[in-house]
Design a protein around this ligand. Sequence first.
Ligand SMILES: [Zn+2]
Length: 243
Amino acid sequence: MSNKTALVISAHSADFVWRCGGAIALHADKGYDVTVVCLSYGERGESAKLWKKDGMTLDTVKTERRREAEKAARALGVHDIQFFDLGDYPLEMTREAKDRLVDVMRAVQPEFMLTHSKFDPYNADHMYVSQWTLECRAIAQAWGHKPGEKVLGAPQVYLFEPHQSEQMEWKPDTFLDISQVWEKKWAAIQCMEGQEHLWHYYENVAQNRGNHFMRNSGGQSGGRKSTHAEGFQSIFPRTVDEL
Ligand SMILES: [Zn+2]
């Protein structure tokens, strides 16, 4: 029996850490092989601290962001991290890149996928990636695309929490308790040296979502204690036998 799998599609090289690092570490602990695809390094738009240093070049920033992402991936127990290096601000997904992402979806055959919110007026890269993920998921399911390959099933797509949730038309319907792997996520967050200004912000987000996990699991009448959690919005209906 091969391991269960999950696939994360991240616009820039740090998004997977802030937004679903806990889910990655938790599922890795449960024996899942988690693959992360970083479509870009966030080299132009999400690396301000590096650009403020003298003599910085695009290649140096990319190398540094890749090093940070690989270190964070190790801290989270990521099985495989792939960098598509498509550029950012703007991130542009060529037909070739879409085919490559479809290939990854088919190779991984994930139980679920994680990606960005559908809308993001601050960062078009993020919302395009959300659309491309759904587009590539549909292509990966198409029997006429590279006939003979194993097609993709119907993995749930969870949209992870964006930076300013209220502006993104993002509404969580799932809270995942990440208390037991918080130290791993915190270690991964601290690998993102180029974005130190976000470390404590995302610690606070996780603590607040932990409170919401408790509230929604019964609150003071027996709710499960959670110190840290992550919120997700699912795209597809669940198919169940009992409610
Ligand atoms: Zn980003």
